[in-house]
Design a protein around this ligand. Sequence first.
Ligand SMILES: *Cc1c(COP(=O)(O)O)cnc(C)c1O
Length: 412
Amino acid sequence: MNWKHMTKPEIKDRVYKALAENRNYDSDYILGIPGTYLDTAQFHRDADFLEDAPFLRTFINNPNHIGCHTLTGDEGEDLFRGTQKIEVELIRMISEEIMRADARSIDGYVAPGGTEANIQALWIYRNYYQKEFGAKPSEVAVVFSDDSHYSFYKGANLLGIRALNVPVGEQDRMIKSEALQAVLEQAKADGIKYFIAIANMSTTMFGSVDDPDQIADVFESMELPYKLHVDGAFGGFIYPFTNPNSKLHFGNPRINSMTVDAHKMLMAPYGTGVFMIRKDWIHYAATSEASYVQGLDYTMVGSRSGAQAVSIWMILMTHGPKGWKNTMERLIIETDKLCAALDDMGISYFRDPHLNIVTMHAPQVPAEIPGKYRLVSDNFGAEPKWWKIVVMQHTIGKVVDQFIADMRSALA
Ligand SMILES: *Cc1c(COP(=O)(O)O)cnc(C)c1O
């Protein structure tokens, strides 16, 4: 096991050692790279506090993590090997210890966000169908529930593949097998032969969770080729900790790749999406023309700061597995409290019991509430059907309590 709680000095020591293992622009002869440290007039390299700030120190040293280091290991860019090893360790921790993959069976990298990680999956599978089956992009479709994130439409648009949304139950927000089957029958009739299926580990709007086996069963019963990707951008750092019976992990052989976002539930800085895929797949995203990058490039993003990977690693190590589970369980308790109050007021809502999203039926919510609490509706502009609450760290206690009190007095 790599993932354990570490003390502040231990974390600091590890990151500074990694930085010392990197080549540094101010102490090494680096003459062929279009990169340097951050502008010294703006970012003072000798500020005292940097001795005690491993993330900021990494940030201003500016190591480039271009490429996929779980794949290239010692063959990759060697200038920043120290912090790149932290990224490799991070991908192993998330894939093996949170998402139950076999040891070293996953490739991955820290992406700018969930959007890119989702599109990276679509890109790999489209290229796979093209290369192995001679598919035309128009014969490939990505299939997802109506409540899925719009990044799948964005990706389909960029890649020239079809986007097929499947209706969900109005109250339970679940895909019905018959509805999925109907969409796939129509797709077949329209000449689509190859499929990319999405299972959500929490949708953004409802916190609804798809059943990956139910989805896979439909593709298999219809004998349609599919690859299954899990979108855990929202749920990836909470659901596995709050639902021990989760089916959305690499222990499930039907799941081939996953997106999780550290900048949602893990409270990392923006720029910390995580893409993970089983070994022997990421080469479908290789750009062989990237021949000046040592170890080639297998990502959409290209150059990216090593500070992002370090920030995720530091948060995980600060809490350790038990500490993080407690932190997420605390959010569930707060969400339970909110739901009990809504029940008491007779307000109906959708909520998965393992998640911290509560989506209320809009007509029951007093008019002054959504604006005051910045609630999000299913449909900006049009008449909303739903108003959504996300119980996050900053809302525990005061915001949730004030919301409950305001709801009660508005309804009275
Ligand atoms: C936020 C989110 C995304 C997109 O992630 P970004 O980091 O904003 O690019 C994708 N899927 C789900 C379910 C999300 O909640």
